[in-house]
Design a protein around this ligand. Structure first.
Ligand code: PHE
Length: 463
């Protein structure tokens, strides 16, 4: 039955390329590694005390990132269904269907936001190609970013281009093309980042930035830092919105979920740390402010790239890789929307029709976000934020943690834990500890940690 439903989903979604174990790992790593690591992580670390943020972030990754990623993969593999229907499929009743809706809604809210920022990469890929930032100093680079992102038409075009590219990829199916491409591009991203690390470490005064990022100042750990780091952990690992459930559904039955989660987490964390090691020494060497905010990476990277050998081609190449890293994440986000539409229509809509509907809806969301930032609705503020900013804060600090909390309660307390498909199980002696640890973490540690962080963020409870 399980295998059948998986086959069905595979067939429906035309994902021929993800049959291999490596394919699943690459797809999951591709979803995890993206703008969250290279753009969001450094600017959040910069605003939240550098090393202190890194430390809290790493603790969050171990405490909830790992168990939640494993849970999502296991739920998906057992259900053979996407996020939207997996909870019903596993529990056999409708009580948990709201979680399917909630996850789908979360994906929807974050997708538009993600495409807007991917649009900034498209813009910078163009800027790098025409070499527009060559020779610019610190203040000019800052002004350049503001001018670019306040150009409504440009931002609309740049935001919609990646939607159309993602839609085209999903239209033809996430076939072996992406798998083969990722096998080449992911290692290239690592190589490129390593070269940039070397270049940055040779800059005069790089030690200050390194210390800022790697040496934690414990007095900087505040409730806001913990909340932001936890949110970033969900965002960066793509957990807490059931996305990995959909990927788990495509996973071969004999694939080790623990190992897969571990590799994905390791790669994702490595890219985030590398990004920090590139950004912070440069921030201090070039006189930027580490707490600059969302523009940080877009102003610092061009400054670094100008100092690389073969500056022009290095810039083009780097922004291309960044764009592709973003694209493997947008593919995963849009894939969930497409499959949810298909499941919602009970098979009446086929993949192509669902892709068209998803494209139209996402383009509309991108337009709303862009207009809320720069255009006619920029005066419109909810809780003091533009819609664009609000979507990010809402998703990372509330929607993702809430679905992660519900998922851990669902598996930890409401599902039969003797089920070998839902809880990691190994016959190897040395791995026997994994199962009780997993169960304990999911039942107690994850829910308590998330509730404490919530209460803390709301000011009801002080850490
Ligand atoms: N994890 C992705 C990144 O770090 C973003 C993402 C979040 C993708 C949620 C899918 C789902 O860029």
């Amino acid at each position: 039955m399980r295998a059948n439903s998986r086959d069905e989903l595979m067939e429906q979604s035309n994902k021929s390329g993800f049959n291999s174990k490596l394919g699943v790992i690459l797809a999951a790593a591709g979803s995890a590694i993206g703008l969250g690591n290279i753009w969001k992580f450094p600017y959040e670390a910069g605003q939240n005390g550098g090393g202190a943020f890194l430390l809290v972030y790493l603790i969050c990754v171990i405490v909830f990132g790992m168990p939640l990623l494993m849970t999502e993969i296991l739920i998906g593999r057992k259900a053979g269904k996407s996020t939207f229907s997996a909870f019903r499929a596993i529990s056999g009743n409708n009580h948990w269907q709201w979680l399917g809706w909630w996850s789908a809604l979360t994906v929807f809210v974050i997708t538009g936001f993600y495409f807007v920022v991917t649009g900034w990469c498209v813009d910078y890929l163009y800027e790098a190609t025409v070499n527009s930032y060559a020779g610019m100093g610190t203040n000019e680079l800052l002004a350049h970013f503001t001018a670019n992102t306040s150009n409504t038409l440009k931002m609309l075009i740049c935001g919609i281009i990646p939607v159309l590219i993602t839609a085209a990829i999903l239209w033809f199916g996430v076939s072996s093309g992406i798998e083969r491409l990722s096998k080449i591009l992911m290692p290239l991203l690592f190589i490129m980042m390593t070269l940039m690390v070397i270049r940055v470490l040779l800059l005069e005064g790089s030690g200050t930035g390194l210390r800022f990022f790697l040496a934690p100042d414990f007095s900087q750990i505040t409730p806001a830092v913990v909340m932001t780091a936890a949110g970033q952990c969900f965002f960066s690992l793509s957990v807490g919105l059931g996305l990995m459930i959909t990927y788990g559904a495509y996973m071969p039955k004999d694939q080790d979920a623990t190992k897969t989660s571990f590799i994905v987490i390791l790669l994702d964390t490595l890219v985030a740390v590398l990004a920090g090691i590139i950004i912070f020494p440069a921030v201090f060497a070039f006189g930027f402010n580490p707490a600059e905010g969302p523009q940080l990476v877009f102003v610092v990277l061009p400054a670094v790239l100008q100092h690389m050998t073969f500056a022009w081609i290095s810039g083009v190449f780097f922004f291309l890789l960044l764009f592709i890293a973003a694209l493997t994440s947008t593919i995963s986000l849009m894939e969930v929307i497409v499959v949810s539409i298909m499941e919602l229509s009970h098979g009446k809509l086929n993949r192509h029709q669902s892709v068209l509907i998803a494209t139209a809806v996402i383009c509309a969301t991108v337009a709303v976000y862009v207009l809320s930032m720069t255009g006619v609705w920029s005066g419109l503020k909810l809780f003091g934020h533009s819609l664009f900013d609000l979507s990010d804060t809402l998703v990372t600090t509330f929607m993702m943690p809430l679905s992660a909390l519900s998922m851990s309660l669902f598996i930890g307390w409401f599902m039969p834990l003797q089920d070998k498909d839902l809880v990691p199980y190994s016959q190897k002696r040395y791995k026997q500890w994994l199962r009780p640890l997993f169960i304990f973490t999911l039942r107690w540690i994850v829910p308590i940690a998330i509730v404490l962080i919530f209460l803390n963020g709301l000011g009801i409870f002080n850490l």
